[in-house]
Design a protein around this ligand. Structure first.
Ligand SMILES: NC(=O)c1ccc[n+]([C@@H]2O[C@H](COP(=O)([O-])OP(=O)(O)OC[C@H]3O[C@@H](n4cnc5c(N)ncnc54)[C@H](O)[C@@H]3O)[C@@H](O)[C@H]2O)c1
Length: 309
């Protein structure tokens, strides 16, 4: 056992599998006492195996670490409260909150149901509010770190508008709580990972990706897939980034988003206003329609999402 997080208490949601599991294992191996939250659901929500959280906690304890299992759904306020209460009851404090739980329900917009939308927003966005709402009062006591899981899908993902909306919402949420809680020494950052072995890697996801790329020729974000020497992104790579973000070494990083895929690590550009044109009279439909005035704001690829470009 190493001791980079000795004395710290961490909650990791969705820690029964994938990235969450790897993060719980790493933080525990580095001395943290961890709460392994997972309801053991399927990748599209519902169902599942409620023993997965217990198995990870047991694995950590068998390796000499400190862990308890917690099986609430974070998609409810009661669930968020319960996971935080479990940490306080068992360990008496909270230093790290990793909001990692996630589900997908890939559907094209004309097929997406209200339940598809609500379930995905419920776990991936409201679920992050539910835990932060309950955890904040404990984190501010001594300072700490929140890491929220976003996704490259937030950049725009054919057939996953519910998930993209949730994951982009996570970024705005993270930037906002970083501003609110930074005053009290609590940092909040977001990660957009690519990692293999995901329970969410179901065939429907690959169908939407291949339709988007092969039929519509919609490129990924321009530099998302830089060569990293062929290293496949794994949950352990992402877990290392979570741990680093929660460490003292990252004390200057707050309200940012990072992308990681195996050997590639990038900060995502902060939002900026671009190609600004100022109109002292204020814009009207006529002045906006004047190509001479506003031409520089438009660009030639306007058909690229229609398949005509
Ligand atoms: N793996 C990737 O390539 C990838 C890419 C982009 C984003 N992400 C994001 O990273 C995070 C982890 O992804 P992963 O691939 O390790 O996922 P995974 O599917 O392997 O594991 C997610 C875990 O979350 C749990 N979970 C689901 N709903 C829950 C709820 N309401 N309450 C508690 N637990 C719940 C599941 O039971 C599951 O064990 C997710 O937020 C995901 O959206 C992953």
């Amino acid at each position: 056992m190493a001791d980079r997080f000795a004395g710290k208490v961490a909650i990791i949601t969705g820690a029964g599998r994938g990235i969450g599991r790897a993060t719980a294992m790493l933080l525990a191996a580095e001395g943290a006492s961890v709460v392994v939250n997972d309801l053991g659901g399927g990748p599209q929500g519902g169902g599942g195996n409620s023993s997965v959280a217990g198995e990870v906690a047991e694995e950590i304890r068998a390796a000499g670490g400190k862990a308890i299992a917690e099986t609430s759904s974070v998609a409810t306020m009661e669930g968020g409260q319960a996971v935080v209460e479990a940490a306080i009851k068992e360990y008496g404090r909270l230093d790290i909150l990793v909001n990692n739980a996630g589900i997908i329900r890939p559907k094209r917009i004309m097929e997406m149901t209200e339940a598809d939308w609500d379930m995905v927003i419920g776990v991936n966005l409201k679920g992050y509010f539910a835990t932060v709402r309950a955890a904040a009062e404990h984190l501010v006591k001594q300072g700490g770190s929140i890491v929220n899981f976003s996704s490259p899908s937030g950049f725009g993902h054919y057939g996953m508008s519910n998930y993209a909306a949730a994951k982009e919402g996570v970024v705005g949420f993270t930037r906002s709580i970083a501003r609110e809680l930074g005053e009290f020494g609590v940092r909040a950052n977001a990660i957009r990972p690519i990692a293999g072995n995901s329970a969410m890697a179901i065939p429907e996801v690959y169908e939407t990706i291949s339709y988007s790329i092969e039929k519509l020729r919609i490129p990924y974000i321009s530099n998302q897939w830089l060569s990293d020497g062929g290293v496949q992104g794994l949950p352990e790579h992402v877990a290392a980034l979570v741990a680093w973000l929660c460490s003292e070494q990252a004390s200057g990083i707050n309200g940012r988003e990072l992308y990681i895929n195996g050997g590639q690590l990038s900060f995502v550009q902060e939002p900026e206003l671009i190609r600004t044109r100022c109109n002292p009279q204020g814009w009207t439909l006529d002045s906006l329609s004047d190509a001479g005035t506003i031409g520089a704001l438009t660009y030639d690829q306007r058909d690229r999402y229609t398949g005509k470009a």
